[in-house]
Every structure is written in structure tokens, then in C-alpha cells.
Design a protein around this ligand. Structure first.
Ligand SMILES: Cc1cc2nc3c(=O)[nH]c(=O)nc-3n(C[C@H](O)[C@H](O)[C@H](O)COP(=O)(O)OP(=O)(O)OC[C@H]3O[C@@H](n4cnc5c(N)ncnc54)[C@H](O)[C@@H]3O)c2cc1C
Length: 208
């Protein structure tokens, strides 16, 4: 999900990042901003607490997460500046991000914070509507599939970020794609009367 504020599109990959775990190391020792709240914020806050010099944690309500222990831990590390009741109104820079403009929704105060990066971790958009009649979706619109990529409809396989699996990484998606492709092949071959042993029975193999 994007913020849809001025400057965001211009500075994508020039300081605006949607993946803290991927891009935070590029801003090691620098001042940055994080827009995130709730459980989604756990990972980026933990990463920035280790990597950044200082980070502004921007969130729209009084508290960023309902976990006092987590908030206290972030405070103890001492790198976080809390920006409650706040929203980003603009991202500024020249060739790269130089500042984020933040408005306090309660007081109306507008601040320009000098930062080298703005990490946006406000969730994913799932585009699974076009298969909702074929598969089960969870509350986030992710497709329920097993580790072979099978969905509730025989012959319909799913793989990648769209699957209800918590880790959204390229190598995981690629591996899921391989599994789903092999499963699809096995499915078609079975229909053709030429079943392939896509799952190896190692105990049987050992006896051969
Ligand atoms: C900013 C960012 C940085 C990342 N950095 C890393 C990283 O450093 N390392 C890492 O491992 N992972 C990273 N990831 C995660 C990684 O990109 C994903 O896990 C991976 O791309 C998922 O692959 P996918 O094929 O499942 O989905 P996607 O790559 O999202 O591909 C889905 C494709 O389907 C298309 N599509 C959508 N709807 C339809 C439709 N109805 N018909 C046809 N096509 C459609 C989309 O346009 C898209 O091209 C990053 C993600 C983001 C957002």
C-alpha cells in the first residue's frame, strides 16, 4: 500500500521504500522515518532500532501498537522519536529524499523532518478478486493453498505473495511457483492417464 502523497512516486527507490528489511541497510547510521502501526510495525521498528541513527515513527493514533513491552523496548534502545496522531503530507528532496513533512492531526502542527529515507509499511494490496469464485481467501484476500500449491478447486494452484503465508520474499515465492508448477504437471499427467511420481517416497526408494 502507498501513502498517495506528493513526492512519494518521485522518490520511489530514491529513499522511499516499502520494504524495510530489504532496504534499511542502505541507510545505516542515518536519520530516517517509518510510517507504520500495529503488528506490521514490529519488524521495521526492530530493524531500524538496530540500523538507523535515529528514526521518526509516524502513526495516526495515540499509540503505535497495543504492546507496551514492545514500545518500552523501542524506547530503551533510544533511537525512536514517536510521532503520534500524525500523517505524512509530503516527501521532499532533490535527487534523493531529504525530508518528510508531517502533520499532527490533533494540533494541526506541520513539521519538516530531515531524513534520508521514508519507510512505508502500511500493508499489502491483494488482487485476488478475479479468482474468488475458485479459491478460499482469508480476511486479507490471500489465497488458501497447501504446500503443494493446491487450492480448494482441483486443477487450480496458487503460489507467491498472494498465498496465505507470512513471509513475502522473492526466493520463497519462486520456490512456491516451482512447487505449484510441478503439482500442475502432475495433475494434468494424471488426467492423461500417465501419472508422475511428483512426491518421492524416500522409504520406498531406499528399499529399491
Ligand atoms: C518494495 C519491495 C521490495 C522488495 N525487496 C525484496 C528483496 O530485496 N528480497 C526479496 O526476497 N523480496 C523482496 N520483496 C518481496 C518480493 O518482491 C516478492 O516476494 C515477490 O515479488 C513476489 O512474487 P510474486 O510473483 O508472488 O508476486 P509479484 O512479484 O507481485 O507479481 C505478481 C504479478 O501479477 C500481476 N497481476 C496482478 N493481478 C493480475 C491479473 N489479474 N492478471 C494478470 N496479472 C496480474 C502483477 O502486476 C504482478 O506483475 C520486495 C517487495 C517489495 C514490494
Amino acid at each position: 500500500k502507498e501513502l498517495n502523497v506528493p513526492g512519494e512516486a518521485k522518490f520511489k527507490n530514491r529513499g522511499v521504500s516499502y520494504c524495510t528489511i530489504c532496504d534499511a541497510p542502505f541507510f545505516k547510521g542515518q536519520d530516517v522515518a517509518l510510517v507504520s502501526w500495529g503488528d506490521l510495525a514490529r519488524e521495521p521498528v526492530t530493524i531500524l532500532s538496530s540500523v538507523a541513527n535515529k528514526f521518526y515513527w509516524i502513526f495516526p493514533s495515540d499509540k503505535p501498537i497495543h504492546d507496551e513491552e514492545f514500545i518500552e523496548q523501542a524506547k530503551r534502545v533510544g533511537k525512536v522519536v514517536f510521532m503520534p496522531n500524525s500523517e505524512v503530507v509530503e516527501i521532499k528532496g532533490d535527487a534523493k529524499v531529504k525530508a518528510v513533512v508531517v502533520r499532527n492531526k490533533k494540533t494541526g502542527e506541520v513539521q519538516e523532518l530531515p531524513v534520508a529515507a521514508v519507510f512505508v509499511e502500511v500493508g499489502y494490496v491483494t488482487r485476488s478478486d478475479f479468482v474468488r469464485h475458485l479459491v478460499d481467501l482469508n480476511e486479507r484476500g490471500e489465497i488458501i493453498a497447501d504446500w503443494e500449491g493446491k487450492t480448494k478447486t482441483p486443477g487450480v494452484f496458487a503460489a507467491g505473495d498472494i498465498v496465505a503465508y507470512p513471509y513475502k520474499q522473492a526466493v520463497i515465492s519462486a520456490a512456491m511457483g516451482v512447487a505449484a508448477a510441478l503439482s500442475a504437471t502432475a495433475y494434468v499427467m494424471k488426467i492423461k492417464g500417465k501419472p508422475v511420481a511428483s512426491l518421492v517416497d524416500w522409504k520406498a526408494e531406499a528399499k529399491k
